[in-house]
Design a binder for this molecule. Structure first.
Ligand SMILES: Cc1cc2nc3c(=O)[nH]c(=O)nc-3n(C[C@H](O)[C@H](O)[C@H](O)COP(=O)(O)OP(=O)(O)OC[C@H]3O[C@@H](n4cnc5c(N)ncnc54)[C@H](O)[C@@H]3O)c2cc1C
Length: 316
């Protein structure tokens, strides 16, 4: 079922969870162990992130370096299918521009279609670790909107090869990312919103936001989206803080602010067990307020901390 159908058929706010594929070498049980405590909360759908290959320099025996391509977290498409099969829940694979040619993208979409997956979250992806800014694959997509257009075309039966006989279209429900605190590369919020509206006008059916820790940022973003003519559902993304280290890692990685009240409380904690308690109380308060405001879905980034999220969702 499509994300938009889950939203339109729900009686109130539903929940969804986001997971990462396991590090290469760890089996699918890593995913099941992660999801088991979360599944009793009956998520409407589960997102699985996409991780591109990276170039690393491996030292040879003679002291010189060899450039090697590695993918630490492969398997997004197959993990989605395994989760659907095991838990009978819909999945939303993420699909990115980085590292994909148009042909790779079409093949990935067809694989997802054959697996019976109805949704995709389309993203640009960040710069690879060895790049200073995002570089598309030669001939690949530069922005999420270009990838989005390819999915929309495929939904209309438009393949890259024009001479196919009677091609059938796919039926993907397409989501995109939005940034309550602005995407870090955008010159200002207005320009970022303009590009977000372009994605919606091009066929995006809902928006999932970057995480935020101050609900007023989300409410302002929602208001600005509506004022800009963006009418699709906006799903808030939420992530618990569970360690002191995250006070610097989260702003650096995701370009979001942590409110002073929360950071002060965390700084006063004597260990990470205390931080987890503060972080989960904050997440619960955020979730309750967002739910009361009528958001369609509460989307949790569960990365490594499924029990914290399960506990919060259980108290909603
Ligand atoms: C909910 C969510 C899930 C994510 N999942 C993943 C994942 O699984 N894998 C992963 O690698 N990354 C993921 N990311 C990170 C994401 O890839 C990065 O934030 C990336 O830097 C931007 O992606 P985007 O889709 O928002 O890009 P875009 O929409 O392309 O926007 C990127 C920047 O370009 C600007 N822009 C947009 N369109 C244009 C245009 N036509 N011309 C000029 N400028 C333009 C925007 O204002 C913005 O500053 C996720 C992010 C979110 C919020």
């Amino acid at each position: 079922m499509k994300v938009t159908e889950h939203i339109s058929q729900a009686k109130g706010t539903v929940v969804s969870f986001e997971i990462l594929p396991p590090l290469k070498g760890r089996g699918i049980d890593a995913i099941y162990n992660h999801l088991d405590p979360l599944m009793e909360h009956k998520p409407a759908f589960i997102n699985v992130t996409y991780h591109r290959s990276e170039h690393i320099f491996k030292k040879r025996a003679d002291g010189t370096f060899e450039k090697v391509i590695v993918r630490k977290r492969p398997g997004t498409e197959a993990i989605c299918a395994s989760i659907m099969n095991r838990y009978q829940v819909d999945t939303v694979p993420h699909l990115i521009c980085g590292g994909f040619t148009l042909q790779d993208t079409e093949d990935a979409l067809l694989t997802l279609n054959y697996l019976g997956i109805d949704n995709v979250l389309v993203l640009r992806g960040d710069a690879a670790k060895n790049e200073t800014s995002f570089e598309p694959e030669p001939g690949g997509h530069s922005h999420a909107i270009d990838l989005l257009r390819q999915v929309v075309n495929l939904n209309h039966g438009m393949y890259l090869e024009e001479e196919l006989k009677g091609p059938s279209g796919t039926k993907f429900c397409i989501g995109v990312a939005g940034y309550p605190e602005k995407h870090f590369e955008a010159p200002n919020m207005e320009t970022d919103l303009m590009y977000l509206k372009d994605k919606v006008d091009a066929g995006a059916e809902y928006i999932v936001t970057q995480m935020f820790y101050d609900n007023s940022q989300f409410f302002a973003f929602e208001k600005n989206c509506r004022a800009a003519g963006i009418q699709v559902p906006i799903i808030p993304g939420l992530k618990p803080i569970t360690t002191k280290k995250q006070l610097s890692v989260i702003p650096r990685t995701f370009h979001v602010d942590i409110p002073t009240e929360l950071s002060n409380e965390i700084l006063r904690c004597k260990d990470d067990k205390d931080v987890e308690k503060v972080g989960s109380e904050w997440l619960l308060a955020q979730s309750r307020e967002l739910k009361a405001s009528g958001v369609p879905v509460l989307h949790y980034y569960t990365l490594g901390k499924p029990n914290v999220v399960a506990d919060v969702v259980g108290k909603l």
